[in-house]
Ligand binder design. Sequence first.
Ligand code: SF4
Length: 70
Amino acid sequence: MTWQLRVDKSVCGATGMCAALAPELFVLDDWAEPVKPEIEPDEIALDAADQCPMQAITVLADGKEIGPRP
Ligand code: SF4
């Protein structure tokens, strides 16, 4: 199984929290972007999605949304 990372740049507030929490997964420029769109399952990706204040991060597992968690 692979996970997919998405950042909605239209709502990202460029806080840098995701890149600070998981620099191997997110990079911050004018907005955050996934380092790689497809990753091995990694709990930190879910943590980043949960903690994004703008709910800009979506984590999918084989196309099914699993993060942010409710
Ligand atoms: S934590 Fe959310 S708002 Fe902040 S840079 Fe990352 S995606 Fe953007």
